[in-house]
Design a protein around this ligand. Sequence first.
Ligand SMILES: NC(=O)c1ccc[n+]([C@@H]2O[C@H](COP(=O)([O-])OP(=O)(O)OC[C@H]3O[C@@H](n4cnc5c(N)ncnc54)[C@H](O)[C@@H]3O)[C@@H](O)[C@H]2O)c1
Ligand SMILES: [Zn+2]
Length: 343
Amino acid sequence: MHDVLIGRGLIDEAGVKLAEVIEPCRTVVVSDENVAPLYKDRVVDSLRESGFSPSIVELPAGESTKCGTQYIALLEAFAKAGLTRSDLVVALGGGVIGDLGGFAAATFLRGVAVAQIPTTLLAAVDSSVGGKTAIDLAAGKNLVGAFHLPIRVLCDPATLSTLPPEQLAVGMAESIKYGILFDAPLFELLAHGAPPDLTETITRCVAHKQAVVERDFTDRGDRQLLNLGHTFGHAIEACSGYTILHGEAVAIGMRMAARAAVLLGVAEEDCTDAVTAALEAADLPITTPYTAAALTAAALHDKKRAGGTLNLILPVRIGQCVRYPLPVEQLGALMEDVCAWIV
Ligand SMILES: NC(=O)c1ccc[n+]([C@@H]2O[C@H](COP(=O)([O-])OP(=O)(O)OC[C@H]3O[C@@H](n4cnc5c(N)ncnc54)[C@H](O)[C@@H]3O)[C@@H](O)[C@H]2O)c1
Ligand SMILES: [Zn+2]
């Protein structure tokens, strides 16, 4: 499994830390228009001091950058920079830059090394770990991608201090998710809002994600646990026309999953109050305006449907979840009951 270094001030040591895992080489640092002005100079200076030859590509911020046009433009930029098979791509930014930069690295010359420097909490605890890279199509998100493990992930929690509050909140949603899935003490740590120093949070979340990915690299078994809150969440995202942030939808979805677990008799302990309180403390939304019928229709379009069953991930208690194969014809009634409660 690839290594992840987590520590305050790490981005100023990017050169030294990457020179430990790759010969200093030509390096393209990919970033976006929000992150580059804040952090690119520190990364580029550090790389240069360690003997790398860095150049920077700055892309527009936002999900729309994860598209075919920007992907090709990025490959052209790699070519123009003279990148070879033994060179390096550094993705400096959130999940958008990590996914796009990682996918471009995975495919340029059939694969050049990539290092991830996540600068959002979501990227730190989720997208930078595990080697999934992708871009979007008009037909849907993440439809083209590759598994491409980074040679190293450098996560500097100090960079999260400049995050807009709603971006911190969506990272909290994914962090709380690991608490509900695997780690009651982590859940407690996050129950009263984001800790001022996120180092421990990230360290624990990354350990959980790595453990799951290691057990199930290609996403056929245990990795599905990471979809806690995502079946309901994706339905909410779809109903909103993708105007709600993914992590916000997942927050509501985790609350719905907790309720569904109680209704289906899966939960040994009613953890709905604890989940609700933690989400509220993180300034995340907890209710959805969409009807059960609309959410059911959206959920049945979701790619996670396997045959006649929908694999729901449901909490047994805080710190333990299970896969629950729900016959699709039962989803409508369950959704009615969950929605009647969630208002
Ligand atoms: N590969 C995976 O396993 C995986 C997992 C989860 C999500 N994702 C993908 O991740 C993407 C979402 O990532 P995200 O939430 O990080 O979004 P993002 O990359 O769009 O970043 C969110 C916003 O914060 C800004 N920003 C980033 N770091 C900052 C900082 N330190 N200070 C100030 N502003 C900063 C960005 O410019 C952007 O405007 C989605 O495309 C999703 O599909 C991938
Ligand atoms: Zn998610």
